[in-house]
Design a protein. Structure first.
Length: 346
């Protein structure tokens, strides 16, 4: 049985485009026929409230936006892909809705406003609306390659699935192509603590295009780790990430150099809200590994954060690595949909 799923998973070769392992810089417009949205924004000029500091460890805060969405149903952003040098974005919400938008930015990557927003509901391989099915809780999203074709991959909690879509996603009427074969441990993740983070490795990396999926929390409460899975490629298998500080996984992406960046969030009555970014050496991601990683940033209630769930990475015209983070407002009047921009100064 194990050999069967490994063979099937390896048949779908998953990798980011290009040697850097990042999405294509010049993708065709996405959701061209999507429903138009009007999104108002308010600038965020300080990351740490009451401070003009912009340097936070190896990250430089470039600016942010507080988004006002036209209706409650458009909230819940859970994953993000950044395209066109940071000018174009595709997000997916936690109830299987696509949201695409263009981001106005200055030469340094500081976000200025959002235009041309549009939306559509994701469809399964039969054309049924995922939002109306058991597979509605879409959480992770990444680009990869199947053979010579770039494809879009989306992970779903509760039912523990990964769907593949044709890329570019030019139409909101596009159906999922199929499900990706996944290992037994992946399918045993529990409830809404399932495959929260999804990232595609580069063909030039040791994973040779394998897809990396990370569960929000380990189903074995005795293990204080985050479960990780390498799906496809020569190193298919499972690994663990050390969990600390009550943080849970929310999204992951590979950096241009091949390291993995993990976005984590925390929420409890003692610490209130928290966000963390950890980096893991790409060479250390392999079956049986237990990873600790390097903390690049940890933020809390004194910072302009919310329930940070989405992470996109791109290089700007000068070759600098830019991180775009977005929050899931849980469709609550008490929470916000934020877009934050950082430069990684390594």
């Amino acid at each position: 049985m194990r050999k069967a799923w490994l063979a099937a998973a390896a048949a779908i070769l998953l990798a980011f485009t290009g040697a850097a392992g990042l999405p294509e810089a010049h993708a065709a417009p996405v959701l061209q026929d999507g429903e138009s949205l009007s999104i108002r924004t308010r600038p965020i000029t300080q990351f740490q409230r009451g401070s003009d500091a912009t340097r936070f460890g190896k990250l430089t805060f470039l600016g942010g936006l507080d988004l006002s969405l036209p209706a409650k149903k458009y909230g819940g952003i859970s994953a993000l892909i950044t395209l066109e040098g940071g000018a174009s974005h595709l997000a997916v919400t936690d109830d299987a809705r696509w949201i695409a938008f263009e981001l106005q930015q200055d030469a340094n990557g500081r976000p200025l406003g959002i235009t041309s927003a549009r939306t559509a509901l994701a469809l399964d391989p039969k054309g049924a609306v995922l939002q109306n099915s058991k597979a509605w809780d879409t959480e992770g999203m990444t680009l990869g390659i199947n053979g010579k074709r770039t494809e879009l991959f989306v992970s779903v909690e509760r039912v523990n699935r990964i769907y593949r879509f044709a890329w570019p996603l030019t139409s909101g009427k596009a159906r999922a192509l199929s499900q990706v074969e996944t290992p037994e441990g992946f399918r045993k993740l529990r409830g809404n603590k399932g495959p929260e983070a999804l990232a595609g490795s580069a063909l030039s990396s040791p994973l040779k295009g394998g897809l990396v999926a990370i569960g929000e929390r380990n189903p074995d409460a005795a293990k204080n780790t985050l479960p990780g899975f390498i799906i496809g490629g020569p190193l298919a298998g499972s690994f663990e990430i050390e969990r600390s500080g009550e943080f849970d996984a929310t999204e992951a992406e590979f950096l241009p150099g091949g390291d993995l960046l993990l976005l984590e969030r925390r929420f409890n009555m003692q610490d209130w809200i928290g966000m963390r970014l950890r980096r893991f050496k790409g060479s250390e991601i392999r079956p049986g590994a237990k990873l600790k990683g390097e903390i690049l940033l940890e933020a809390g209630p004194s910072h302009e954060i919310d329930n940070m769930e989405a992470l996109g990475i791109h290089k700007d015209a000068a070759g600098r690595v830019i991180l775009t983070l977005m929050s899931d407002n849980n469709r609550s009047l008490l929470q916000r949909t934020l877009l934050l921009r950082f430069r990684l100064d390594d």
